[in-house]
Design a protein around this ligand. Sequence first.
Ligand code: UD1
Length: 429
Amino acid sequence: MDRIRIRGGNELNGTIPISGAKNATLPLMIASLLTDDTLTLENVPHLADVEGLTRILGNHGVDFSVTGKRLRQEAGLGRTIHFNARNIVDTTAPYELVSKMRASFWVIGPLLARMHQAKVSLPGGCAIGTRPVDIFIDGLRALGAEIDIEAGYAVASAKGGLVGGRYKMPKVSVGATHVLMMAATLAKGETVLENAAREPEIIDLANCLTAMGAKIDGAGTSTIRIDGVAALSGARHRVLPDRIETGTYAMAVAMTGGDVTLTGTHADLLPAAARAISEAGAILTPVENGIRVQRNGGGINAVDVTTDPYPGFPTDLQAQFMALMTKSNGIATITETIFENRFMHVQELARLGAKISLSGQVARVEGVKALKGAPVMATDLRASVSLVIAGLVAEGDTLVNRVYHLDRGFERLEEKLGRCGAEIERISG
Ligand code: UD1
């Protein structure tokens, strides 16, 4: 199992290319199931989750081919991948595959819409919380699907096809919004989704579906209207920049000091996080094709944040912000409202000398003068990168174990940080 070793203490200076968003790429890939034509995605990041979903789609009969380049020395050029689901050979998504990646459950929407049937394993538990799928099931039922839960599978059918309907989500869910929006594109009549998620990745998927011929109005607001069409065509779509990767590197610079330009991205994608990073003491300046991040010369200010659905502070940046706050000059309160068990990084940050106390969903982070390097364990994708941020300023060596979590969502992290002056290396094996 690979590990990452970081020797803390260096400022970051230079340029970091931001990759295409993982959380947009996954639903966009799944959208290829909706058409028998070719869907071409550009700016696809090279990540373990993307490879995993490619295998899952392959199991349904999706052909894919890759053109373009991987990350090159001078720029973060994502790959271009062509997906073709002309022959769907299997509408079952087995447990062995779905349990490895939760988002693969989302195939249920397109399969039902196009094939009128799907048998998809329930994803099961997850390191950051229970993560049920009740909203997906209720929403698809509102579009006319019949769904039974049998032996750990959601067995779904829609004889004669899905029909448009009105569904108000009881809780804002990114995944359910993606799935119901995709399903409704091929349903008969109009669908209205209320209390929909407003994340930029929802807009990106809606833009791609629209390019494929779907009729969608209101993506990015809490009410989305979809007028079903008989069939969708292929399209070419460029994946939007990863706002979580953007925020992560901005926080890394706020932590270490220095001057880094994040290219291929923009601060509008992360309004609440950009505000929090600025309040913490970094200067974010929009530049051509990116954002320049510098520290304002002072220390790190303590800033309270509460995670919320977009446009609130993203739960996917909570761990990284907590790492930043471990070195603040005060006490910061961090409240997690999306997932009930997303504080697994607290104990690992404590191993580096952080002072954090937990009470339910609230973490109280008291800044310390210095962190000290230690071996630590990555527990989930975002938690693992928070340990890297802490390691960048910790005295001595920090060894991050279980790096496969990082590889799920951060493209060539050690290369991107290393080129900006961080002393960071991957130890294979
Ligand atoms: C997506 C993101 C993930 C991010 C999360 C919240 C992808 C691939 N993943 O995950 O990185 O952390 O949004 O921004 O895009 N819920 C239910 N019932 C359901 C569905 C969800 O109770 O049927 C709950 C979840 O347990 C959670 C909350 O709703 O408490 C939000 O989850 P959701 O937005 O669905 O997260 P994901 O789409 O899985």
